[in-house]
Design a protein around this ligand. Structure first.
Ligand code: AHM
Ligand code: MG
Length: 336
């Protein structure tokens, strides 16, 4: 018997009461938007959607046509349902309040519409990452400050990876479930519930070309992995770097591993490359809900109080024992 996303959400609500109807609507709308994005990604060159849009986002990154298409799909799908107060996206400078012509709900949706943009044109897995918060202020006017909540305040988070299969991964704070898109039926079907990241791993993901810029604790960890059986870890490690956080995190959820995009010395004032609100927070919650851990080297990512919507952060996440080891290396290097 196959369990659709809708059925999963209804049954979770019935059993545990943590998915109110408005949140269910929101999650179903996001899933529907992901189906549309998956369709556009699938068409690729045939749909004329590849290549640069010749515009830049607020972070000065050149946007791809599909970045903008995915952003528009998510906005259009979500603005009218009455479940949202506002949205924020990696691809938009400011928050997007629900237009006055639609009813306003109490949820805030944040997303990276198409993560791993550098992989779009080369037909490698990319994805959509999303995070849901609840508006805490009673004012009907939504401001950027409403969004600046710690990751631990999220009420739902997920991602959809567009790879050989389209897979939606979701948490509402009660474990992690994976749904695979059945394109014949047009629905997401539950394919794994209670996802657990293995504690131990022999696989790491990091962009090795940045090695010379890393800080000492990160270098120490990777050096030890590279020494393999002959080194202090006494086992060989394997390396994978897809350059799509969604795809790297998906592999870690499936077979363990550790993912790092750490602070480095190239731009010392920049805390990291990845965005706290659109990438690190949702992924950290998913990873923790699957028994893993996530830190910026100094503290749990979900405890960081954001100061900016587009704030960046150093990210170390995945199998718990490895993340703890890397955190210890950071603590040791601080105390020297
Ligand atoms: P994007 O949101 O602009 O695609 O950037 C985020 C991506 C992550 O998915 C990935 O882990 C990282 O950037 C790859 O960076 P690099 O190209 O430096 O390896
Ligand atoms: Mg991204």
């Amino acid at each position: 018997m196959s369990i659709s996303l809708t059925r999963y959400l209804v049954e979770e609500q019935r059993a545990k009461g943590h998915i109110p109807p408005e949140l269910r609507l929101l999650l179903e709308v996001v899933a529907r938007a992901c189906k549309s994005i998956s369709h556009a990604v699938n068409k690729g060159a045939l749909g004329g959607v590849l290549g640069s849009a010749h515009t830049e986002n607020i972070q000065g990154e050149v946007q791809k046509k599909l970045d903008i298409i995915a952003n528009d799909v998510l906005i259009e799908a979500n603005e009218w349902g009455g479940h949202l107060a506002a949205m924020a996206s990696e691809e938009m400078d400011d928050i997007y309040s629900v237009p006055n012509r639609y009813p306003q709900g109490e949820y805030l949706l944040l997303f990276d519409p198409l993560d791993g943009s550098s992989n779009i044109d080369v037909n490698v897995s990319i994805g959509t990452i999303f995070s849901v918060l609840k508006k805490t202020s009673s004012s009907t006017l939504v401001s950027k400050e409403d969004f600046l909540q710690q990751g631990s305040q999220q009420v739902a988070a997920g991602y959809c990876v567009y790879g050989p299969q389209t897979t939606l991964v979701l948490t509402v704070g009660d474990g992690v479930a994976m749904f695979t898109l059945d394109s014949e039926q047009g629905s997401f079907i539950l394919t794994q519930d209670h996802v657990q990241i293995p504690l131990e791993t022999q696989e790491f993901a990091i962009n090795m070309s940045n090695m010379r810029h890393w800080d000492k604790p990160v270098k120490q960890y990777i050096d030890e992995c590279l020494l393999g059986k002959e080194g202090p870890r006494a086992k060989d490690f394997n390396m994978r770097w897809i350059a799509s956080m969604v795809a790297d995190v998906h592999r870690i959820l499936t077979r363990g591993g550790v993912f790092m995009y750490p602070w480095d010395k190239r731009e010392p004032l920049k805390p990291g490359k990845l965005r706290l609100m659109y990438e690190a927070n949702p992924m950290s919650w998913i990873v923790e809900q699957a028994g893993g851990a996530s830190t910026n080297g100094k503290m749990r990512i979900l405890d960081i109080k954001p100061k900016e919507l587009h704030e960046r952060v150093s990210v170390i996440l995945g199998s718990k024992t490895e993340v703890e080891r890397i955190t210890n290396y950071h603590l040791e290097s601080q105390s020297i």
